[in-house]
Structures are given as structure tokens and as C-alpha cells.
Design a protein around this ligand. Structure first.
Ligand code: GAP
Length: 449
């Protein structure tokens, strides 16, 4: 059962996200559509920064991983071969009374829609036996809707990587061990979605398939478990709320011989943030057999031809964004008022610097505008605000996670010195304008949770 404080935290976060432009209910003016969300000006910046952080770590700073952007709609044979048409299912039960549908393996988390204080079946309705329900969305291509033109929206980005294995191998002259990374939207017809953006029908994934000689499988699996866990620590997540959990045999996906989840302790319990899976040669072999194109690696030195094994770290951008927001949410009493701050890693904060003239006169707004454009030119996102008392302006930025606020006052106009106020400590520093960019950059680099 959820603690009251956990329910309150989720409610507070959902409300903050809407009020300040992180996340909106999708199609809201038409009453919304089940668990589909839109990201507002601040939300879209947060998502973009998470993706940049991942791409920098997984691709830009490495010489053994390259990027890819494959199509969402692929030849339907892809999904027959990958096993998704037959096996990408959840066991579902229906309530014969209220007709609601629930995941049979998540009944203890679900509530009856008619009587939310009750669990499924407790409303007096009998539950059907579990039935397999495929999670892929179907659509059609071409002008005529016929069975011949049925296609699927991809439920994972991974298959696009397997299909391009040879293209990338020959065009980039890599050799195993090497990886292909991709960020993009995936779609699943989740039947009991919930918990805000934790599980939605449309979401973005960041996946990387790492192709290794089969004998190196275990060593690379250990490497990627450790490396991916460290990435979350480097983002500043609370280490006490992070853990690695190995799947037991019954949980494994149809393509996996071993999977470890990186889990976070959400207000509703431990939940998966990312999975690191051993996919072996399952996908490359299946696609080779079905397409007639041999997806293998030929080692010129040893003249050996083999199908690489695959280690796959697969994460969800939206789920990470929600996790970052929950983890960063902080309340404290200051001067008899509740101060809310999002203690996000400065590299993830949608706004890096708030720029404020102390008052709207004596040349301060002009000077503040000048400093703001200088920071923007240096690639820092800024927010200029001259409305309300300075304390209120600080609070507004605290609430959206802005790590620094720069105040322009009489001393700035006279001596070119600004006040930098820090979000987490609320301490202030006097900094010469000419050193401001360097000061902020260094502070960001040294930030610790
Ligand atoms: N290619 C492997 C794969 O897709 P997954 O565990 O099903 O593995 C990887 O998905 C990650 O994608 C999850 O850890 C989660 O972060 C995210 N994810 C999966 N389904 C999601 C959904 N319905 N809504 C939001 N994120 C989801």
C-alpha cells in the first residue's frame, strides 16, 4: 500500500509539471487520451538534455560505438522474425462485471475503475482466465486498407539496429566488440498504464546493441551493468534509491538469456529504469535465416566467420525524466515559508541561469539584458525576469531547478560585478562580469548531489 506522503509527492510533482510547463495531458481540450502526454517548454529541454548526456557518454566520447536513426515503420516480416508478433504479449484478464481489462501479473497494483478503493475482482465481478494480448500497434500503409498492407509501429528501437548491422559494419569498418546506438520513439499498447509518465503508450527509448565475440559475452555483460549503473550516479540520482536486480527465468524476454534491471525506488515501489540484456545471437541469426542475408562478421586475420553475441542496455527517456524530477524534488522551510526546489544536475536543468535586474531602473535592465545575451551566446540557457520581488524570482527558478541566478544591481552598473545566487545552498557570490561564464561553467562541472 502506498504511504500518504508518497501519494502526495506524486500529486505535487504532477501539479508542478503542469503549472510550470514540463508535462501536459495530451489532447487535454478534448478530455485527453489514456496515458498520453505532451512535453512543454521546460519538459522538452529536460528530455533533450537527458538524451545529450546519454549520447555523449555512449557515442561521442567513445571510439567503439556509432549512431543510427532507423525507421519507425519497417517491413512487417521484421516483427514476425524477431518473435514480437507471437511473443510480445502481456497476460490479461477482464472483469465480467465492469468490463475493465487488467494485467494478470500486476493485479495487486491495479484498482477497479468503478470502485477505486477495491482491487480487480473485488467489485463483485468475476475475472476471466488470463489471455495473451499483443502489445504492438497495427496500422496500414498505402491507399487501400487491406490485410496485405498491415504494418506495426515499432515496440523497440533495437530491431532497426539489427537490420542495419551489415550496413554499419561495412560503411564504418568497425569490428566486434563494437556498438550501434539509437534514440527514438517506440509504441506499445499498454493496457494498464499509470503512474504519470512511467508507463505510456508512446515513449522514447535510448538503446545500444553491443556486438561482441561470443567468448567475450560475460565480460561485456559485467562491463555494461557497471557502466550503466554509474551513469545514473553521475546524473546525481540518490544511490540509496538505485539497485541492480537480476531477472529470474520466468521474467526473461523471449530473446534474452540473462537480464539485469537498473531499478529506482519510486513512491510506488521499486521499478525498472533500464534493462541490460544478453540477447546472444538470437536476433542476428533469426534475421539471417528469414531474410537470406547472412548477418555475420568475417575476421580477415583468422578467416573466422561468426555471428556476434549482443549485450543491450535499453533505457526510457521519459521514465528517466520522471525519475530525475522525483529524485530532485525538495521541500524545506525558509523564513516561515515552504521553499520547493528541484535539485537537478545543472547539466540537466532546463534553464541554467536566471538573470534579474534588482530594480527596473538606473540602467539595470539594460545591463542585465546585455549579460543575458552574452550567456546565451556562450550556449547557456537563460531566463530574464524583472517582475516581482527578488526573493520571489529566486523561488520561481528554484521550483524549476535553475541552478544559478545572476542579479544585476547598482554595483554591476558601476563596477561590473554581479551577484550569483546558488539554488541548493542559497549562498551568494560576487563575481566580475568578465569571469561570469567561466565561474558558472566551473561550478557546473564541480556540482555534487
Ligand atoms: N529492446 C529492449 C527493450 O525494449 P524494455 O525493458 O521493454 O526493453 C527498455 O524497455 C526501457 O524502455 C525500459 O527500461 C523503460 O525505461 C522504457 N520503457 C519500456 N516500456 C515503456 C513504456 N510503456 N513507457 C515508458 N517507458 C517504457
Amino acid at each position: 500500500m502506498l504511504e500518504h506522503s508518497d501519494v502526495v509527492l506524486m500529486e505535487k510533482l504532477v501539479s508542478l509539471c503542469k503549472r510550470r510547463g514540463f508535462v501536459f495531458q495530451s489532447s487535454e481540450i478534448y478530455g485527453g487520451i489514456g496515458n498520453t502526454y505532451d512535453y512543454g517548454p521546460l519538459g522538452v529541454e529536460l528530455l533533450r538534455r537527458i538524451k545529450d548526456f546519454w549520447w555523449a557518454r555512449m557515442v561521442t566520447t567513445r571510439d567503439d560505438i556509432v549512431g543510427l536513426d532507423s525507421a519507425i515503420i519497417q517491413n512487417p516480416k521484421v516483427w514476425e522474425t524477431s518473435g514480437h508478433v507471437a511473443g510480445f504479449t502481456d497476460p490479461m484478464v477482464d472483469c465480467k462485471k465492469c468490463k475493465a481489462r487488467f494485467r494478470a501479473d500486476k493485479l495487486s497494483d491495479a484498482r477497479c475503475p468503478e470502485r477505486p478503493s477495491k482491487r480487480p475482482g473485488e467489485c463483485g465481478g468475476e475475472l476471466t482466465e488470463p489471455r495473451a494480448f499483443n502489445l504492438m500497434f497495427k496500422t496500414t500503409v498505402g491507399a487501400v486498407e487491406s490485410t496485405g498492407s498491415v504494418v506495426y509501429l515499432r515496440p523497440e528501437t533495437a530491431q532497426g539496429i539489427f537490420l542495419n548491422f551489415l550496413n554499419v559494419l561495412t560503411s564504418s569498418r568497425l569490428k566486434p566488440p563494437f556498438g550501434i546506438a539509437q534514440i527514438g520513439k517506440s509504441f506499445r499498447n499498454e493496457i494498464t498504464p499509470g503512474n504519470f509518465v512511467f508507463r505510456t503508450r508512446e515513449f522514447e527509448q535510448m538503446e545500444m546493441e553491443f556486438f561482441v565475440p561470443p567468448a567475450q559475452n560475460d565480460q561485456w555483460f559485467a562491463y555494461w551493468r557497471k557502466e550503466r549503473f554509474q551513469w545514473y550516479l553521475d546524473l546525481g540520482l540518490d544511490p540509496n534509491k538505485l539497485r541492480l536486480r537480476d531477472h529470474d527465468q520466468t521474467e526473461l524476454a523471449h530473446y534474452s538469456t540473462g537480464t539485469t534491471d537498473i531499478e529506482y525506488l519510486y513512491p510506488f515501489g521499486w521499478g525498472e529504469l533500464e534493462g541490460v540484456a544478453c540477447r546472444t545471437d538470437f536476433d542476428l541469426k533469426r534475421h539471417s535465416a528469414a531474410s537470406g542475408t547472412e548477418l555475420v562478421y568475417f575476421e580477415p586475420e583468422t578467416k573466422e566467420r561468426y555471428t556476434p553475441y549482443v549485450i543491450e542496455p535499453a533505457a526510457g527517456v521519459n521514465r528517466i525524466a520522471m525519475t530525475m524530477l522525483l529524485d530532485a524534488y525538495f521541500e524545506e522551510q525558509v523564513d516561515g515559508e515552504t521553499r520547493v526546489s528541484l535539485r537537478l544536475h545543472p547539466a540537466l536543468a532546463p534553464i541554467t541561469v536566471g538573470v534579474f535586474p534588482l530594480v527596473k531602473k538606473e540602467g539595470m535592465p539594460e545591463k542585465a539584458r546585455e549579460i543575458e545575451s552574452e550567456l546565451r551566446r556562450g550556449n547557456m540557457s537563460t531566463f530574464y525576469d524583472e517582475k516581482a520581488a527578488i526573493g520571489r524570482r529566486y523561488r520561481r527558478q528554484d521550483e524549476v531547478g535553475t541552478p544559478y541566478c545572476v542579479t544585476v544591481d547598482g554595483e554591476t552598473v558601476k563596477n561590473d560585478v554581479v551577484t550569483v545566487r546558488h539554488r541548493d545552498s542559497m549562498l551568494q557570490d560576487k563575481v566580475p562580469v568578465r569571469e561570469l561564464r567561466g565561474f558558472l561553467a566551473q561550478n557546473m562541472a564541480n556540482w555534487k548531489r
